[in-house]
Design a protein around this ligand. Sequence first.
Ligand code: SAM
Ligand code: F3S
Length: 433
Amino acid sequence: MGCQMNLADSERIEGQLQSMGIRPLNPEVDEKSIHPDVVVLNTCSIREHAESKVYSYLGPYAKRKREGEDVAIVVAGCVAQQESEALLRRVPEVDLVMGPQYANRLSDFFEDIANGNQVVATEATHIMEDSSKPRRQSKVCAWVNVIYGCNERCAFCIVPTTRGVEQSRPLESIVQEVESLVEQGYKEVTLLGQNIDAYGRDMVPKKRFSELLNIVGNVPGLKRLRFVTSHPRYMSLSVVDEILNTPSACEYFHIPFQSGSNEILASMGRGHTREKYLRIVDRIRSKIPDAAISADVIVGFPGETEKDFQDTLDLMEEVVFDNINTAAYSPRPNTPAATWTNQIPEEIKKERLQRINVLVKEHAKERRARMLGRTVEVLVEERNVKVPTQVTGRTVHNYLVHFEGDIDKLEGELVNVQIDNCETFYLSGAQVE
Ligand code: SAM
Ligand code: F3S
């Protein structure tokens, strides 16, 4: 469940399970999948809804265990970190509660739980360099962590509590991982960090993210490099220059703005204003006019007036984003904003979310429409699940593209596609030579 960081952790957890001889079950073909020996939930607690899903998933396994079935239950990720021992009190059938900082240490705990002990691993720890091999979902695109944790304290956000303080990975390990990915045939790498611009500030001597971008982007054989998430307070314009200098770096930015109102931004503790955000967008577009920009935004943050919300819509009209992840504010435990008395009623949050989503879609379509008639380069990732005669890939701008093709021949290939149809969140067309 959850963000890309969690997906990357899940791949590492799966890799460790596999090296212990535990194989994944496929619910569609494996009868045993309703009676597994081990269940691992890698959980997300960014919003209350994500958290409550964990308990509904756990329910049936806990029940079977109470009825005598021998199943090891592991809860990993941010809910594990947030709840720690309390999770064992709530669901006593759980064997291991393991925070995100332990995602590459699952195997350390297995003997203990095999001996019938319950284990809680949520102490803050130094994240060791990973010697395990992730079991990656894609053969074409890979996630690579560059900085764990977050030192910001956005008033709504639980991530600093669940993922701990920033820990940058050594540059050499990152480069080695990317080189090995290229050797294995990967074409695209996405560098991951909650605040990626903070890369290297905890190191001695300090390093800069643009330096990392340059070095990784020049790994021979790497076709595409992406990175998330940029923070408007820290994003340096040298990153924009680096993208121009690095052919593999995609013209794509994910920069959450969270709100278009300066009052709300100040109470969120974001450390940037709407003007600063707009200046970043201007600089990007003046240097890379065709760049794609996506973002995250929250509606219904405590104290948000209709005027504040309107400021958010106005900012969107000014920028016209390629995509935005929208969310209604959800109060999270141990975050300042959750205790404030100026909470917004659920109906208003819901109504604002609906209104904002209409604009997100309108802009997404408008942005994609400029591709009509253009020939774009698509990195083919998989079969189109809805139309099996088609394949699916993405452009440098992170637009999904579907076109007729044979996945066995095209997987991992960079293909030129002429676009003849633009929908809200995807494009389609035909392969050209
Ligand atoms: N590190 C990133 C950043 O700089 O914003 C993203 C962190 S979080 C995994 C992803 C997004 O979830 C945030 O950008 C924010 O929009 C949303 N989010 C975080 N806490 C939230 C909350 N309490 N309620 C609603 N949305 C939330
Ligand atoms: Fe959360 Fe703000 Fe960090 S959104 S992950 S505290 S930059």
